[in-house]
Write a protein that binds this ligand. Structure first.
Ligand code: HEM
Length: 232
């Protein structure tokens, strides 16, 4: 087996490992945090139940957001896309509608949350970026610009996945909260939200550069043609 083929196999294995990890985390987080909202419950300690409509907004946000989280990963499998294009289209529509509903409802949750202004800013940035990248991805595919559609979908799912990384960052910070007396749950939530937003955006851009832009940039530049002399 040639070195080139081996490195391709290694790359594919690495891709499947990362995809598997991402999918397990997405299913795990959606499976743990969303179902309580289907039966009037929550996993959040001392959740605010007094602000009118706040709990309902969490239900109407968490359910479609959970659907987006669990449907997203399958859309990135090349073989599924090419063998079942209709399934890809239907799942893609379900995903995008879920993102739009979840983000619009989150406008209300973000406006009334008692978790503080810095967290509200993070949520509003996330909402705007979530809607913008979804609109760009949809527009690109309507124009049959497949590569561009893929790039915007990677960006969009990176934002959806913020729901996972946010909860992962919270774990060590919650442990730290036990020993650092001035640290409050609000601070842990805010730091995790900003870290997940910025971290996921950086990882997505790195991925896009490595997989899509770098191979294009490595291609031979088109030979510049000698200018045709203009006669007076
Ligand atoms: C990336 C875009 C997202 C934004 C802007 C967003 C925004 C919000 C906001 C504002 C809240 C209320 C927080 C508070 O009042 O302190 C919330 C809660 C929640 N979100 Fe999201 N969210 C996003 C993605 C997701 C995803 C993909 C899921 C899927 C699991 C999800 C699941 C939840 C759940 C379950 C809650 C209730 C709090 C809890 O039980 O942890 N969110 N979200």
């Amino acid at each position: 087996m040639s070195a080139a083929v081996m490195s391709r196999t290694a790359r594919e294995r690495w891709w499947w490992f990362l995809w598997g990890l991402l999918t397990v985390l997405a299913l795990g987080i959606a499976g743990y945090f969303v179902p309580p909202y289907l039966v009037g419950g929550t996993t959040v300690p001392d959740l605010d139940r007094t602000t009118p409509g706040y709990y309902t907004s969490l239900v109407l946000h968490a359910v479609p957001a959970g659907i987006a989280l669990v449907t997203g990963p399958w859309q990135f499998i090349p073989r599924l896309r090419t063998r079942f294009p209709r399934l890809h289209r239907i799942t893609g529509r379900v995903y995008l509608v879920s993102v739009v509903v979840a983000s619009l409802v989150a406008v209300y949750s973000s406006a009334v949350t008692k978790s503080g202004f810095p967290l509200q800013v993070a949520f509003f940035v996330l909402i705007a970026a979530w809607l913008y990248t979804a609109a760009k991805a949809y527009r690109a595919i309507r124009r049959r610009e497949v590569q561009l559609h893929r790039i915007w979908m990677v960006r969009n799912y990176a934002l959806t996945f913020a729901a996972v990384t946010l909860r992962l960052y919270q774990l060590p910070l919650l442990v730290l909260m036990n020993s650092v007396t001035w640290l409050e749950y609000k601070d842990v939530y805010t730091v995790s939200a900003w870290l997940s937003l910025l971290g996921n955006v950086l990882v997505a851009e790195y991925f896009i550069i490595q997989r899509t832009l770098a191979p294009l940039a490595r291609r031979e530049p088109v030979q510049a043609q000698a200018p045709v002399p203009v006669r007076a």
